[in-house]
Write a protein that binds this ligand. Structure first.
Ligand SMILES: [Zn+2]
Length: 309
């Protein structure tokens, strides 16, 4: 056990409780929507509290945490804030051509002093790449993340819709500690045709001691996304890989004028709010005989272990 940084101060890993490891709390919103956006987030978090969730990990390193000050002051759940680098269009100009040592210095200040006037200290590093081949800039971002992971004992979360295994191998070559890395979106590469091939890659990720988080089970139990993700997680259970598996909703939204648009919820069925885990994923897992122990492992013990350096 150890103390980790959250938006409202340091929290012992013993007290994390049920933890959603891939969410977006500090989302971007147009300035005129502050009130509605804050209300929306508050309402969604209240629903999570009814499910006894203790901690939510925000993976939005480009959002302005300071603009959520009112929300953070009223929030009774632990929120882990992210620092790091998302896809190019979200990377601040001052990071774009910075050297690895400059990046480490900039982000070290965030950990030691905090972000913005309220000094929110990040507890996780996010990195992202959309293909297996990394650009020079992404290589610098990855290398800075590895140095920060070891310097401050902070987990790394990746955005890996393609090439996750390559991302992991690059991190490991740079000296990263795999037990405290988790990869997102690997399930999106799997379909009914390539399952056997893609599962080998995921097996490789697991055998390299890293973790994966599955967030996409589609919107209903008739779709191909649902079937492939259930097949994947059943495979992970059968192979005794659940100790390296996480589930979360990856709830994300945009404002279009006055309307809030939830991502991945354009079809009829389950909405991808934070509660998607409890309203949709867990009932689906129970149908394929997942036990409470399996679910608690993915939602309580694994998150704690990933933060417990
Ligand atoms: Zn996400």
């Amino acid at each position: 056990m150890r103390n980790i940084n959250t938006a409202s101060g340091s929290v012992n890993t013993e007290n994390m409780g049920i933890t959603l490891m891939h969410e977006h709390v500090f989302n971007l919103y147009p300035y005129y929507k502050e009130k509605e956006n804050t209300e929306y987030v508050k309402k969604q978090i209240e629903k999570l509290m009814a499910y006894n969730v203790g901690t939510i990990v925000d993976l939005t390193p480009y959002a302005k945490i300071g603009s959520y000050k009112n929300f953070i002051n009223q929030c009774d759940i632990n929120i882990v804030c992210a620092m790091g680098f998302f896809l190019d269009k979200y990377v601040p100009a001052s990071y774009k051509n910075a050297s690895v040592s400059d990046l480490v210095e900039k982000l070290s200040k965030k950990v030691e002093i905090g972000i913005g006037e309220n000094k929110y200290k990040p507890g996780i590093i996010k990195i992202a790449a959309s293909s297996s081949k990394l650009s020079d800039r992404q290589m610098r971002f990855f290398e800075a993340a590895v140095i920060l992971q070891k310097k401050y004992k902070i987990p790394i979360a990746t955005h890996s819709p393609f090439g996750g295994l390559e991302h992991l191998k690059t991190l490991l070559q740079m000296g990263a500690i795999p037990e405290h890395i988790y990869l997102s979106h690997l399930e999106n590469e799997i379909d009914s045709k390539n399952f056997d091939f893609k599962i080998d890659e995921i097996k490789d990720v697991i055998n390299n001691h890293a973790n994966i988080v599955i967030t996409n089970f589609g919107a209903n139990d008739r779709g191909s996304r649902y079937k492939s993700s259930i097949r994947l997680i059943e495979y992970l259970k059968k192979s005794e890989f659940l100790s390296q598996t996480l589930i979360s909703a990856d709830s994300n939204w945009r404002w279009k004028g006055n309307a809030l648009k939830l991502r991945d919820s354009q079809f009829n069925g389950a909405e991808k709010t934070y509660s998607y885990v409890f309203d949709f994923i867990i009932p689906a897992l129970k149908k394929v005989r997942f036990t409470d122990h399996d679910i608690n492992q993915m939602l309580i013990s694994n998150p704690k272990r990933i933060f417990d350096f």
